[in-house]
Design a protein around this ligand. Structure first.
Ligand SMILES: Cc1ncc(COP(=O)(O)O)c(C=O)c1O
Length: 416
């Protein structure tokens, strides 16, 4: 993976030249993506580009910090110390221009646990929670599993770009039983980076109706050139008081298996309610390795991230060129952020079952099927391009061959 390694000390700038092309074998590492794909999807030898982690090693300073911690050898209960907070605060300030206060940060072992805590803390059983489908499916699960009601404010696809439907949102927000909205910003799977105007309109509707906004900003650092992520809570004092911002170094630096995330909550009442929910579930303590990785990544991961973003951009260009040439029935929804690409496969003329069979059984691929993100996702596939280009190429070759075999029965897409 590494051509040059000079960055063992996290105080030194990382001068490693990273090579994202080399395939690192992940089978046999208890990887959800690789070791569980066949079992979960039902197949053999499926090529997995589904769950949102990367096939790349983390930044060298993170690996070095974890190795040093492992050599210590004593792995008792651990806590978030000053370095944890300082690293997160500096990162948010330098990257996103948002000056946080240390006591706003609440550790949680993941953003999905944080969503569940927010649902438990800020809604009543049976109460409504607004989400915008198609959206990351654990949003819906966190609502239903806690005995609450999904209030869907579907995104609208207009000229290949997704937009919010504010009239529908305003109508649904007026329901007195709705007290929470979960916003995905940037949005998984449609890849939108919401503009200031969009966030302001959404925030105004929620504040007018006293709705707490959980802003899931886990993809905030993975923004493509030409776009800028704006933290929802940084836009006004009202939004700050209304918001629970969930974020983590896990997507940015590929640390999902270390279970480290945090909620940013300025309002002390809300912070207390959220922290109580965490304590009641026994989820308030970090792992010995999670905090080490968090601190090293936020303090020294910048150079790795800069190189990663260039590589991901290259993968996206490769995917778009390949699809334009070989898969005319598939339309790429141009992402503005994330390493997840939303593919509109409706022109193949298959229902969701047929599309699933084509991708899994015919192509031998494990992708996240669009329908799991909500009914609006039927006919779509989500592909994770955070992998060496050779894996992406193999995935697209498999897809193109399967689609060609199927072509006899597919519609010819109009005008494409
Ligand atoms: C929008 C969003 N939130 C949360 C998560 C998962 O967060 P965690 O692994 O910290 O629970 C993901 C992972 O794909 C995601 O896309």
């Amino acid at each position: 993976m590494f051509v040059k390694k000079e960055a063992a000390d996290t105080a030194m700038p990382d001068t490693t030249v990273y090579d994202f092309n080399t395939v690192i074998e992940r089978r046999g590492t208890a990887s959800v993506k690789w070791d569980l794909a066949d079992r979960l999807f039902g197949g053999q030898g499926l090529l997995p580009l589904w769950v949102a982690d990367m096939d790349f090693a983390s930044p060298q300073p993170v690996i070095d910090a974890l190795a040093k911690r492992a050599r210590h050898g004593v792995f008792g209960y651990s806590a978030c110390m000053d370095g944890y907070y300082t690293a997160a605060l500096s990162w948010m300030h330098e990257r996103h221009g948002w000056q946080l206060q240390k006591d706003w940060l609440v550790f949680c072992p993941g953003v999905v646990p944080a969503l569940n805590m927010a649902v438990q803390a800020f809604t009543r059983p049976g109460g409504g929670v607004i989400i915008q489908q198609p959206v990351y499916y654990p949003f819906m699960r966190s609502i239903l599993a806690n005995g609450r009601r999904v209030v869907n404010n579907p995104l609208r696809l207009s000229d290949g770009r997704y937009e919010m439907d504010f009239d529908d949102l305003a109508r649904k927000a007026r329901d007195p039983d709705v007290s929470l909205m979960i916003l995905c910003s940037p949005h998984n799977p449609v890849g939108r980076v919401w503009t200031q105007a969009e966030l302001e309109q959404l925030g105004a509707i929620c504040c007018d109706n006293k709705i707490t906004v959980v802003a899931d900003e886990i993809h905030a650092d993975l923004v493509l050139p030409g776009y800028r992520h704006i933290p929802f809570a940084a836009l006004s004092d009202d939004f700050l008081q209304a918001a629970i911002t969930c974020t983590s170094p896990s997507k940015t630096f590929n640390l999902a298996g270390l279970h480290t995330a945090h909620a940013i909550i300025a309002d002390p009442e809300k912070r207390k309610a959220f922290s109580n929910a965490l304590v009641h579930s026994g989820l308030q303590w970090p792992s010995a390795f999670g905090t080490v990785a968090h601190e090293a990544a936020y303090s020294s991961g910048g150079p790795w991230l800069a190189q990663l973003l260039v590589y991901l951009q290259g993968n996206l260009e490769f995917l778009k060129a390949y699809i334009a040439g070989q898969l005319p029935h598939v339309q790429v929804i141009e992402p503005e952020a994330t390493y997840l690409v939303w593919l509109d496969c409706r022109a193949l003329g298959l229902d969701w079952r047929g599309l699933k069979a084509l991708m899994q059984q015919e192509a031998g691929l494990a992708l996240d099927e669009g329908y799991i993100f909500g009914d609006e996702g039927r006919g779509f596939e989500r592909i994770n391009i955070a992998c060496p280009r050779s894996i992406l190429r193999e995935c697209l070759d498999r897809m193109a061959q399967a689609v060609k075999r199927h072509a006899g029965t597919a519609h010819t897409p109009a005008g494409r």
